[in-house]
Design a protein around this ligand. Structure first.
Ligand code: AMP
Length: 298
């Protein structure tokens, strides 16, 4: 019995399960897209690396509110991991991801293999400047944004979406892909979605699964430091003093800081005062073996 059609299910069209079609090759993807485009469907793409959590699913829901068809890509992109990073241990939960997307009634899952994305002889990279060289993530993960920009450019070209949704959780990445879509003259509009958090403030992340119980207990200090720092800067405490306090409280909680910086929210350039806003407060810090990032608006 086909779960995608009405026959034999006896369920109404709203309650019947809708397993998204999983496509792994470009010809089938192009065929599916051509059918939607012929019907003038508005298409959205939500790029992910899988291990889906409520943050990813909020992106899918946002896309569904604005588009006729939603594609979720699931691809753990090897080129954005440095050799010493967690590519091999990155959580992979494909069956659970499909179950979550079935519950949401997503239309299509684009799940290419590494060989499809990077065929033998692959020799083209997209190297972002501007927000991609702001001295934040790029300073600590020099491979990262070239890997991200290359794979996102490919996903946008492959899926031809009218818009693509990215989380503010990865704020510098959101700025990089927004610039990329404009600079490459793509038709896709990039839409940012707010960060989904646990009740205690910790931003949802696939990497939270790496935290030991003790580290998990300490982890909300990251968001607390950002929220307090943002409040102080908005109350016109000098930025340097507010940053110093926020950095100290993150370190007291047991983190080793990579950075905690106030930047202009659009350019990501350093900001001297609140009046230069809108500003964004961004942090990356390590606890045990886990590196977490977060950010808030000021
Ligand atoms: P990832 O699978 O980690 O590459 O993330 C895929 C997309 O989900 C990116 O656009 C992320 O910014 C977004 N995302 C990840 N965590 C969250 C979160 N807690 N809230 C909202 N969006 C998120």
């Amino acid at each position: 019995m086909c779960l995608r059609c009405n026959a034999m299910t006896g369920l109404s069209s709203r309650s019947k399960p809708h397993i998204p079609r999983v496509i792994r090759g470009l010809p089938a993807l192009r065929f599916a897209l051509a059918r939607w485009q012929a019907r003038r469907h508005k298409i959205a793409l939500v790029p992910t690396m899988g291990a889906l959590h409520a943050g990813h699913l909020a992106l899918v829901r946002l896309a569904q509110r604005r588009a006729d068809r939603v594609i979720v890509s699931i691809f753990v992109n090897p080129t954005q991991f440095a050799p010493n990073e967690d590519l091999t241990t990155y959580p992979r939960t494909f069956a659970a991801d499909i179950a979550a997307l079935t519950a949401l009634r997503a239309d299509l899952v684009w799940a290419p293999s590494a060989e499809t994305m990077y065929p033998s002889g692959f020799a083209t990279r997209v190297v972002p400047e501007g927000p991609g060289t702001a001295g934040l993530e790029d300073a600590f993960r020099p491979h990262f944004f070239t890997g991200v920009a290359t794979v996102v450019a490919k996903l946008l070209i492959q899926c031809q979406p009218d818009f693509a949704v990215f989380g503010e959780k990865d704020y510098q990445q959101l700025k990089v892909v927004t610039r990329l879509a404009r600079d490459l003259g793509l038709k896709t509009r990039i839409v940012g979605a707010p960060t989904v958090r646990e009740k205690d403030g910790l931003a949802l992340s696939s990497r939270n699964a790496y935290l030991s119980p003790g580290e998990r207990e300490a982890a909300p200090a990251l968001h607390r430091a950002l929220a307090d720092g943002a409040k102080k800067i908005a109350a016109e405490t000098p930025i340097a003093a507010a940053l110093e306090e926020a950095r100290a409280s993150v370190e007291r909680a047991g983190f080793t800081l990579d950075y905690l910086e106030a930047r202009h929210a659009d350019t990501l350039q350093p900001a001297g005062s609140y009046k230069e806003g809108p500003l964004r407060l961004l942090v990356a810090a390590r606890i045990g073996k886990t590196r977490l990032i977060d950010n808030v608006a000021i």
